[in-house]
Ligand binder design. Structure first.
Ligand code: UDP
Ligand code: MG
Length: 330
């Protein structure tokens, strides 16, 4: 069986159209399920998904206890999916359903992780369009482990890779990085990324910046070494000033300005280093508390199927479809 995991947050405009497109794309796949993770939507998304289940037995709905964000929703979906292969994709047509058969073909040909890489990208939001290439350039330069760039969550993972990713307890996840890090036989499928098909983008600029920082901090120690590089710079400047003091001069104002500039310069460098340290320490704190990535409230199978395991479970490496769980829902 192939599972498709789709995080959903206020996508009422797109859900039905999206589901139809995915169902068409998977027509010839045989056994498949689609796991919609409702990430605390405040619109009618959940109702639409539950309705969809009454007419399509492939649909599984995971209801999270609140809005946990993109990565939390993906984590819950990865825990719930039962397929031999699991596809991750967004529900806004930016990850085009037409590409699904290619991912599956590549997997059937022997690949265990098939990453969909953007050949081109349409992005109507100017700021983002400028920030994406910058982010990938920085990540590519800093990362201590090779991560395919220009790839998001859109991918297929074999059960073995999914289990490896699920077993990792990291709190601040950068999935494209972890997916590369677990290894296995990789393949790439190229596609053209379009703009969102309707509705507004759901991720705030702040959450994107946090995600970018997660990516860099979880795959690179280089920013921590920044303080050493800056130490060299300040030492050099200090030495230069010391030497120049020996030279005859009398312009008091210039000296005063120089001192002020030096104080700000060094102060700025110190704050920068503290900021970098803070980013890492905050994440260490998250790891120590080891709170779950998200909490599943209920899992609904289609009423057209027979057994329905349900439960309220924290997503951290456990099995959320425990056989002993009560049957409810529908
Ligand atoms: N999403 C989610 N929880 C959130 C924000 C977004 O599950 O808190 C879902 C959203 O419904 C979509 C996917 O994650 O299916 C990607 O979100 P979006 O398209 O807004 O991000 P972008 O493509 O703008 O990066
Ligand atoms: Mg999107």
């Amino acid at each position: 069986m192939v599972s498709v995991v789709v995080p959903i947050y206020n996508e009422e405009e797109l859900i039905l159209r999206f589901h139809e497109a995915v169902a068409n794309a998977l027509e010839h796949v045989g056994d498949w399920e689609i796991v919609y993770v409702n990430d605390g939507s405040t619109d009618s998304s959940l109702d639409l998904l539950r309705e969809l289940q009454t007419v399509d037995s492939h649909v599984v709905v995971v209801e999270l206890s609140r809005n946990w964000g993109h990565m939390g929703a993906i984590a819950a979906g990865l825990q719930t999916a039962r397929g031999r292969a699991v596809i991750l994709m967004d529900g806004d047509f930016q990850d085009p359903p037409e590409v699904l058969p290619q991912l599956i073909k590549s997997w059937r040909d022997g690949a265990e992780v098939v990453v969909a890489v953007r050949r081109t990208r349409q992005e109507s939001r100017r700021l983002l369009a400028a920030l994406f290439p910058l982010f990938y350039r920085v990540l590519g330069t800093l990362s201590d482990y090779p991560i395919p760039l220009n790839a998001g969550i859109f991918s297929l993972m074999d059960r073995r890779a999914v289990d490896s990713v699920n077993a990792m307890g990291e709190r601040n996840r950068y999935l494209p990085g972890l997916r590369a890090w677990v290894g296995y036989k990789n393949a790439i499928v190229y596609y053209d990324r379009h703009d969102r098909a309707g509705g507004d983008g759901k991720l705030s600029l702040f959450s994107r910046i946090k995600y970018a920082m997660d990516a860099i901090t979880s795959f690179s120690y280089k920013p921590l070494r920044l303080s050493f590089a800056l130490f060299m710079v300040t030492t050099f400047v200090a030495a230069f000033l010391a030497v120049s003091m020996l030279l005859p001069k009398n312009i008091v104002e210039i000296a005063a300005l120089g001192v002020a500039a030096a104080v700000f310069f060094v102060g700025g460098l110190l704050l920068l280093c503290l900021g970098v340290l803070g980013e890492y320490i905050g994440r260490v704190y998250d790891e120590v508390r080891s709170r779950p990535l998200s909490i599943i409230n209920r899992v609904y199978a289609s009423p057209l199927r027979t057994s329905v395991p349900v439960g309220m479970v924290a997503v951290q490496g456990g099995n959320h479809r425990g056989e002993d769980e009560v049957t409810e829902a529908a």
